[in-house]
Design a protein around this ligand. Structure first.
Ligand SMILES: *Cc1c(COP(=O)(O)O)cnc(C)c1O
Length: 394
């Protein structure tokens, strides 16, 4: 078998697309002006910054004035949640609702606010990785400032009922933020139809570069400044704009929000082949709802072995994948997402995530499916845990 290179970790980051790269290049050493400068090159930068804002706005069906560029998805999440809390705390609203399986950009922000005296309610997910709407309804209080629920989960790929959540929040007059970092490009998003107040996105998950993101802030909702400094981003976020990355983000948003149904159909077909193929290995289970999930996500627990060992062996075969989320690798605790599904520590430990893209080919899937049983057999042969499982079965 010939060794190949297969990138199946698009939920961790993505390759910058050719169109994005080409659009960005002139801004490094030809059109390198500061968008605040008044001479031609500065004005051009300002113009191109605003063109990019229009592209992002168009991709989300909102007004360009509702888009604020940030340095990453994490910053957008931080700004949304801390901003609303800072704004509403003086009115006695010091309660936050989020879910147990958010990205750390949201969870750790909530924890930081908890230490400042805010109270946080964490909504659970069911065994399929979907949020419980009744639990959400019951959690809303007089003093709830914000609800923050992710659009799609980065580990198990499950897509949440965002429109229903937005309706619930509107009925109760509570601000709703969604971390849509993983959903962009896989779900058609019209922020007006959805009814969200705040939505965070990130460049490097959608074939733009790392280090750029954006926050949609619904018109009428006023957030405090996040970074004090110059007058950039309509006085809300100081810091000289990263024009190359912002231009790249605009092009990426255009690219990934074009032709979504066709792309989803193609990628889903390959993804299902991957899921079904791996599930043929005995003692495996798919994590997260099979239907309500991102087209590129395949997250499977493999009993008796450790996710980390699978990853190392996959790497030897030239396959990039992930277990838990990239942010937590290096830690021995199973991911909070796996545990919140109700999985035991052992099974949570043995999970592997492949996140494919529209560049993934059928040959790539065949190769992964050829390699996986070999790896699993090999690791199980050496695993005392697997021995126990087999003995227990008799
Ligand atoms: C990657 C990711 C983030 C963080 O985005 P960065 O741009 O890397 O800061 C936030 N939320 C989710 C769901 C993500 O997958």
């Amino acid at each position: 078998m010939e060794k190949r290179f297969i990138y199946a970790d698009n939920a961790a980051t993505t390759k910058v697309s050719d169109a994005v790269l080409n659009a960005m290049l002139p801004y490094f050493n030809e059109q390198y002006g500061n968008a605040s400068s008044i001479y031609g090159m500065g004005r051009n930068a300002k113009r191109d910054l605003e063109v990019s804002r229009e592209k992002v706005a168009k991709a989300l069906s909102c007004d360009p004035k509702e888009i604020y560029f940030t340095s990453c998805g994490s910053e957008a999440d931080n700004w949304a949640i801390k901003g609303v809390c800072e704004r509403l705390a003086p009115r006695g609203k010091k309660h936050i609702i989020t879910s147990v399986f958010e990205h750390h950009a949201v969870l750790h922000t909530c924890e930081a606010l908890e230490r400042q005296g805010f109270e946080v309610t964490y909504i659970s997910i069911d065994e399929n990785g979907i949020i419980n709407l009744d639990e959400l309804k019951n959690a809303i209080r007089e003093d709830t400032a914000i609800v923050s629920i992710m659009y799609a989960n980065n580990e198990i790929g499950t897509i949440q009922p965002i429109k229903e959540i937005a309706e619930i929040c509107q009925e109760h007059d509570v601000i709703f933020h969604t971390d849509a970092v993983q959903a962009i490009g896989s779900v058609e998003i019209n922020v007006k139809e959805l009814g969200v107040d705040l939505l965070a996105l990130s460049g490097h998950k959608i074939h733009a570069p790392k280090g750029v993101g954006a926050l949609y802030i619904r018109k009428g909702l006023v957030l405090p400044n996040f970074i004090h400094g110059g007058a950039q981003e309509r006085n809300k976020r100081g810091g000289t704009e990263n024009i190359p990355a912002i231009v790249g983000l605009g092009v990426a948003m255009e690219e990934v929000t074009t032709g979504i149904p066709q792309r989803v159909e193609n990628v889903t077909k390959l993804r299902n082949k991957l899921i079904d193929g791996i599930l043929e290995i005995p003692h495996t289970r798919l994590n997260g709802d099979r239907e309500k999930r991102l087209c590129g996500n395949c997250n499977i627990s493999i009993e008796g072995i450790e996710g980390e060992s699978i990853l190392l062996m996959l790497d030897m075969y030239g396959i990039c994948a992930s277990s838990g989320s990239a942010c937590t690798s290096g830690s021995l605790d199973p991911s909070h997402v796996m545990l919140s599904l109700g999985l035991s520590h052992e099974i949570a430990h043995g999970s592997v995530r492949f996140s494919i893209s529209d560049e993934t080919t059928e040959q790539d899937i065949d190769y992964i499916l050829e390699v996986m049983p070999k790896i699993v057999n090999r690791l199980r042969e050496m695993s005392p845990l697997w021995e126990k499982i087999i003995e227990a079965e008799g």
